[in-house]
Design a protein around this ligand. Structure first.
Ligand SMILES: *[C@@H]1O[C@H](CO)[C@@H](O)[C@H](O)[C@H]1NC(C)=O
Length: 144
């Protein structure tokens, strides 16, 4: 019985933990997840994921020149942010990721017609630099 209560408690914590975010922050957090989180993704998935998720450059709507997907769990990424805190944070640990680079000249298409290069090696690990607010990632800055 103790453990069932504990499980429900943990579940509620996970479900409600983003409640502290305002509408604008929730939108940005969702956009961060859409653009930069995809557990287990392979480099050969760049085209399908970016087009399926309709990821484009803000303002122009064109295919982004580059886009990076962190391939770990969301919990591991969220844990980089200070509890309830913000700022530009560099992770202590390296993260696996896939970096997609646009394979196109000056005439950039829009999703669903984006075509990306497959970079080798497809998966390696680097520290990530992310912008946090209220304890959640809002912005991907770079890998380093
Ligand atoms: C894709 O994103 C663009 C720009 O945000 C938007 O205008 C368009 O309606 C979206 N298309 C789909 C199929 O969701």
């Amino acid at each position: 019985a103790c453990c069932r209560v504990l499980h429900v408690g943990i579940l509620l914590l996970i479900v409600y933990s983003t409640a502290a975010l305002n509408d604008y922050q929730s939108k940005r957090y969702n956009k961060f997840k859409n653009q930069h989180h995809n557990p287990g993704m392979r480099a050969t998935d760049c085209d399908s994921v970016i087009n399926d998720r309709n990821i484009s450059e803000t303002n122009t709507g064109l295919c982004k020149w580059t886009n990076t997907f962190i391939t770990t769990t969301l919990g591991q990424i969220n844990a980089v942010c200070p509890r309830n805190g913000g700022g530009l944070i560099t992770s202590n640990n390296p993260f696996t990721f896939v970096e997609c680079k646009l394979n196109s000249g000056n005439n950039r298409p829009k999703p669903p017609n984006c075509m990306y290069k497959v970079l080798q090696p497809p998966r390696f690990a680097k520290r990530i630099v992310i912008g946090c607010e209220a304890g959640f990632p809002m912005h991907f800055e770079r890998c380093e």
